[in-house]
Design a protein around this ligand. Sequence first.
Ligand code: FE2
Length: 247
Amino acid sequence: MHYLVLSDIHANYTALEAALDAAKGRWERPVCLGDIVGYGPDPNEVIDRVRALGATVIRGNHDKAASGVADAEDFNPVARAAATWTREQLRPDNLAFLQQLPPGPIEADGLALVHGALHDEDEYVFAPAQALNGLLESPSPVTCFGHTHFQGGFSFHHDKLEVIQLRPEPGASFAALRVEPGTRYLLNPGSIGQPRDGDPRAAFAIADMDHKVIEFWRVPYDIEAVQQRMLQAGLPEPLILRLAYGR
Ligand SMILES: [Fe+2]
């Protein structure tokens, strides 16, 4: 089974389409680790596309804020403004879709899916110390997480925790990671719609669980077109500018 692993699409339809184009014919089952909406200009278009894919989806903190499942009190003012704008745009059926999304972790045939940390969907996993619980306690050897918008992750083998940072070579679309027996993994496919790891290209992963290979993809997309729509929508300027830098 090949999984298409999407995360943190953040209402960026252009980036999502570029990713789906690049991944065409390479996967059988799509999964999404949350934050379908928030920040970006295309909430309904992105939710429609994700629903049409038939993806297994868990919720992210922005899905909760935009749909009223949680308040946006802990959001910074820019994120809160975007959440409010998003809520105003949502069609009733898409609002209902966001509201019924389950929290992680859930298991999908050998993969565990979470938005943030294993035991707290809103917690960020940036550092090895934050990854340890997830690595040790996840129901699956391979767990996919999002929330940080950083592609990469962590592995644990024989009491040794390692940071995994993979980037496609110049000219290549993906970098591959071999899943070793007896090793546990916490892997972030990166963010489709708002990467923050310094590479502005859309990020996602394809997990081939039969051959135990995970591909970490980066795909360019028309960032300026998205920035233009954000400008027209009146979304906050810092959110518009950061897309170009991937920070
Ligand atoms: Fe996010």
